[in-house]
Design a binder for this molecule. Structure first.
Ligand SMILES: O=C(O)c1ccccc1NCC(=O)[C@H](O)[C@H](O)COP(=O)(O)O
Length: 193
């Protein structure tokens, strides 16, 4: 199973992931305590191990903004975490050529089919550390990132869901910032299966 560590915004965060090597990291460009500017993300991307894929997290962002970030090679995948619909996705695919992850809040969003590469199933408050009932995970037509409240405490249960990837943010933070020991531990758990 793959692992994504989301919401990096400090140079230390990049040093931690370069050391323990998750498959993906996330830069949040939406309003959030973890929000990064394009300039900050560019600087952090220069420090990131090129084997780690960078995902840009957007909420109802302008396509011009997203495509500038893709063109500047700041991100390798786009994560749409708002109310982007089929038409938005169709138009976005005309201006960018990187994989797209469509996030859906389980219990809040309609579970629709989208012409994307991956789905991300999240709790109702993204980035809050709040989980949903994982027994509701269904087989979908695209690989699934599972997000929302995953931490070292429930990662063994999360591994049993057999999704494509686990996505963690709050669960690897202490006092609002990423914690090296927690990142090391969850990546070890995923690598050991
Ligand atoms: O992380 C945020 O602050 C955020 C804000 C707005 C939209 C999406 C956001 N995060 C997206 C993610 O992929 C999170 O990693 C995911 O929701 C899991 O978060 P957590 O429950 O804290 O592990």
């Amino acid at each position: 199973m793959k692992i994504k560590i989301c919401g990096l915004f400090r140079e230390e965060d990049i040093a931690y992931v370069n050391k323990y090597k998750p498959d993906y990291i996330g830069f949040v460009f939406a309003a959030s305590k973890r929000q990064v500017t394009k300039e900050k993300a560019y600087a952090l991307k220069q420090l990131l191990d090129p084997d780690i894929q960078a995902v840009g997290v957007f909420v109802n962002a302008s396509m011009t903004f997203i495509s500038e970030i893709v063109q500047d090679h700041i991100i390798d995948l786009i994560q749409l975490h708002g109310q982007e619909d089929e038409q938005y996705i169709k138009e976005l695919k005309e201006v960018v050529d990187v994989p797209i992850i469509k996030a859906m809040r389980v219990g809040k969003d309609e579970m629709k089919s989208y012409d994307v590469d991956y789905y991300l199933l999240d709790g109702v408050r993204p980035g809050s550390g709040q989980s949903f009932d994982w027994s509701q995970i269904q087989e979908l037509e695209h690989p699934i990132f599972l997000a929302g409240g995953i931490s070292e405490e429930n990662i063994q249960e999360a591994l049993k869901t057999n999704v494509y990837a686990l996505d963690l943010s709050s669960g690897v933070e202490k006092q609002g910032v990423k914690n090296e020991a927690l990142i090391k531990e969850v990546i070890r758990s995923v690598r050991n299966g």
